[in-house]
Design a protein around this ligand. Structure first.
Ligand code: APR
Ligand code: PHB
Length: 389
């Protein structure tokens, strides 16, 4: 087999890249390790920046998002129960779209199949070869048969645990990491949300987040120590802890119900540089991870592939400047989002080694945010997403 761009991974990065290339008339093949049902079952965050919404509209995969998505012009901070609304629409003239990553992935897969974009599921043991040559090759096993794909370029969109980043030599790759001493215990439940917007709560006992997937499906999180075991968290214990941390006002509006999904996710900040090695490009979680506090993971994947698709389309028009600038351009945006996600996580969570002074600093910053339109605008413009260009 031969193509112009071999894409490893059918998550948001790989799928959106495929559609952007399709719109630019660039051929690609997507190789995905898991089966379709698994990929479409993964529960992930659900906040789309305006830039991501625009990209989905640009590739024509927005109909269900426009029907079922919830535009949000603000969110609330809760500090020991006192709520402060951050009016993003007034502060930035922008909003975000609440629409689950699961739904984005399903829409992108449906559209890829409808468009005839080659999307191969259950591609086993994908391996990259000769990535610094003019003819990189991808091999894998499918239905027991050895397969081979020659391409001009390989896009490593295979997530944090993929093979693409591992194909960059250790003496070339530089990594930067911060592992947080806690995780998020998340619950999905078919109950109405406790508020019409998200609530990020800082409490003596730890962070909590009230989010949603629709007006009938809620997504809640509480910060837990890395030593916590999922089996020790009954639904009742979760609801009790959530209500304490959200404070009495929000808690009075929480509707309890059976969890339909419950999991603990670790939090880390991670960046790999460079995001290009020869004719291999990294995009999305393959290159970087953010703590979910700022809801940047999906949105960074989207802007990575927007830059990459622009560069690849330019190459086939005879202009290599876009692919040559890709790594520096993507990393400039990645690091700004990493900083925001780290700052917001540091502000809202309880760290085991935070002493009394550290807690006062957190409360002072939350108090400053409560009273300062300037401070709120900085938070709002990072949350809605910085401009793509
Ligand atoms: N070969 C082929 N496919 C692979 C391999 C491999 N060796 N390893 C991983 N994959 C696939 C995974 O099964 C997954 O479907 O690559 C895809 C990577 O998707 P994501 O992990 O979702 O990463 P990305 O597309 O960059 O999207 C980032 O997803 O995980 C969330 O929080 C993250 O919101 C962020 C977003
Ligand atoms: C979610 O709805 O899953 C969600 C929302 C906002 C975040 C993180 C997760 O910051």
């Amino acid at each position: 087999m031969r193509t112009q761009v071999a894409i490893i991974g059918a998550g948001p990065a790989g799928l959106l890249l495929a559609h952007l290339l399709y719109k630019a008339g660039v051929e690609c093949v997507i190789l995905e390790r898991r089966d379709r049902a698994y990929v479409e079952s993964r529960i992930r965050a659900g906040i789309l920046e305006q830039v991501t919404v625009d990209l989905l509209r640009q590739v024509g995969v927005h109909d269900r998002m426009d029907r079922e998505g919830l535009p949000h012009g603000g969110f609330a901070l809760s500090a020991d129960g006192e709520l402060t609304r951050i009016d993003m629409a007034a502060l930035t003239s922008k909003s975000v779209m609440v629409y689950g990553q699961t739904e984005v992935t399903r829409d992108l897969i449906d559209a890829a199949i409808a468009r005839g974009i080659p999307l191969l599921f259950e591609a086993e043991d994908v391996a990259l070869h000769d990535v610094t040559s003019a003819r990189p090759v991808v091999t894998w096993r499918q239905d027991g048969e050895e397969k081979r794909l020659e391409a001009d370029f390989i896009a490593g969109c295979d997530g944090f645990h993929g093979v693409a980043r591992a194909s960059i030599p250790a003496d070339v790759l530089r990594t930067f990491e911060r592992v947080y001493p806690f995780g998020w215990l998340g619950v999905l439940a078919d109950v109405p949300p406790c508020d019409h917007e998200l609530i990020y709560a800082s409490h003596e006992r730890g962070f909590a987040l009230a989010s949603m997937r629709s007006n009938t499906r809620s997504r809640y999180y509480v910060q837990v120590a890395n030593s916590e075991k999922l089996g020790d968290w009954s639904d009742e214990r979760f609801w009790d802890e959530l209500c304490v941390r959200l404070g009495p006002d929000a808690a009075s509006r929480v509707t309890r119900g059976p969890s339909i999904e419950k999991s603990i996710a670790p939090l880390r900040s991670f960046v790999a540089e460079p995001m290009r090695h020869g004719n291999l490009f990294l995009a999305g979680d393959a290159a970087h991870i953010v703590p979910p506090t700022g809801a940047k993971g999906l949105n960074l994947a989207a802007t990575d592939v927007a830059y990459l698709a622009e560069g690849l389309a330019g190459f086939y028009r005879g202009d290599s400047s876009g692919i040559d600038a890709y790594s520096a351009r993507a990393l400039a945006r990645v690091w700004k989002a990493e900083r925001f996600s780290w700052w917001f996580t540091s502000l809202m969570h309880r760290f085991p080694d935070t002493d009394a002074f550290g807690r006062r600093m957190q409360m002072a910053e939350l108090g400053y945010l409560r009273g300062s339109p300037a401070a709120q605008r900085v938070l709002a413009e990072n949350y809605v997403g910085l401009p793509l260009h």
